[in-house]
Design a protein around this ligand. Structure first.
Ligand SMILES: Cc1cc2nc3c(=O)[nH]c(=O)nc-3n(C[C@H](O)[C@H](O)[C@H](O)COP(=O)(O)OP(=O)(O)OC[C@H]3O[C@@H](n4cnc5c(N)ncnc54)[C@H](O)[C@@H]3O)c2cc1C
Ligand SMILES: NC(=O)c1ccc[n+]([C@@H]2O[C@H](COP(=O)([O-])OP(=O)(O)OC[C@H]3O[C@@H](n4cnc5c(N)ncnc54)[C@H](OP(=O)(O)O)[C@@H]3O)[C@@H](O)[C@H]2O)c1
Length: 304
């Protein structure tokens, strides 16, 4: 078993080293507030890197022997975008490198994409549920869906995201503004690590008032949004519901199903901590059993 694992590692590193040398792949790494990093990888193989699939990242300047899996958030003129929550090993080294150089630009390589997803074009209703950095997957899925706009069948999409702090909202700023400006997408955010500020009245907010402007140096990366928007002109507002407190997955599923009728096909897709994924699975199964209806479920998660 250890032999197969070792061989797989050696093959992956050899493949990535070839890309690094022959394709001259490069990464730009930005630090994000609250312990995150955003990466844009320039690769000639970008066309194959579909958002919401994942790839293995190798940045030899940060660690010559480690590759780690990360979800592709978007894939536009600035490169393949990854958004990463900083832990204690490789990701912390990435963050420190980005902080020192602001941004760090170095040679890098990706292997992939990997992962398979249900065909979202077959569904009338989509419910996307994320916890913390699991939003890399749900924003990736949204970006994939928006790129195939003309074929989209879903009449409505519920995008639900639990974060500990509002810092994390800025990690996906452009994508959040993009989806909140879409009339068919209902965005609800649960903030679980802080009290509702007294000056905030009600729960419906315009995200442009919540999310800080992008610093000048990062404007080129905002071009990402342009490519995703296509012909879509920005709506007059970018509304989301922000709740302070824990997300109830039962309530999320109940609410989503209120807008579903008899023959509608429903897909619930989630990504985040295993506790959240277990709760989501339970809610979907309970709702389906109680109401004798079918809801398809796709959970991404890999916590030990
Ligand atoms: C398919 C997939 C997609 C992912 N996408 C994202 C993403 O888009 N954004 C994001 O922030 N994180 C993502 N992750 C998680 C990310 O891969 C780990 O957080 C990262 O590898 C931790 O690196 P570290 O050395 O800093 O971790 P450490 O501080 O050493 O460990 C932190 C945690 O990460 C786990 N971990 C460590 N190395 C790996 C590894 N090579 N593979 C899987 N888990 C590991 C450990 O078991 C531990 O639970 C994804 C994981 C998988 C499997
Ligand atoms: N493609 C992928 O597979 C992929 C991609 C990116 C990330 N991930 C994984 O996703 C996970 C995200 O972790 P994180 O550290 O970024 O998140 P985090 O900061 O811990 O935030 C998770 C959020 O989910 C909420 N939550 C957790 N369990 C819940 C439950 N049972 N019901 C309702 N809400 C719940 C938390 O609320 P409380 O504050 O109340 O706990 C919190 O707001 C990690 O395991 C990461 O590795 C996977």
């Amino acid at each position: 078993m250890a032999g197969i694992w070792g061989l797989e590692r050696v093959i992956r590193l050899a493949k990535m080293a070839t890309h690094l040398v022959l394709c001259r792949e490069r990464v730009t790494i930005y630090p994000l507030p609250g312990g995150g990093v955003q990466l844009f990888i320039k690769t000639r193989r970008a066309v194959f890197c579909l958002p919401a699939s994942y790839c293995y990242l190798w940045v030899p300047q940060v660690s010559w022997y480690q590759t780690h899996p990360f979800t592709i958030v978007s894939n536009g003129p600035s490169g393949v975008e990854l958004v990463i929550k900083v832990c204690d090993g490789f990701t912390k080294d990435l963050y420190e490198s980005a902080e020192r150089n602001h941004p760090a630009i170095c040679r890098a390589s990706i292997d992939g994409p990997y992962g398979s997803l249900p065909d979202t074009t077959q569904y009338d209703k989509l419910v996307l549920v994320a916890g913390g950095s699991g939003a890399a997957f749900t924003f990736g899925l949204m970006n994939r869906i928006l790129n195939i706009d003309e074929r989209i069948k879903a009449r409505s999409i519920d995008f639900v995201w639990a974060v500990r702090t509002t810092d994390m909202l800025s990690w996906f700023r452009d994508h959040l503004l993009n989806i909140t400006s879409r009339p068919t997408v209902n965005v609800t955010i649960y903030v679980t690590g802080s009290e509702k500020p007294p000056q905030v009245k009600g729960s419906a907010v315009d995200m442009r008032d919540v999310l800080p402007e992008i610093p000048k140096s990062d404007i080129s990366e905002a071009g990402e949004l342009e490519s995703l928007l296509g012909n879509h002109s920005p709506a007059p507002e970018a509304m989301a519901t922000i709740e302070y407190g824990k997300m109830s997955t039962d309530a999320v599923i109940d609410k989503a199903m209120q807008t579903v009728s008899g023959d509608d096909r429903v897909l619930v897709a989630g990504c985040g901590p295993s506790t959240l994924m277990e709760a989501l699975r339970g809610s979907v199964v309970r709702y389906g059993a109680k109401n004798e209806c079918r809801i398809d479920l796709h959970c991404e998660g890999y916590d030990s």
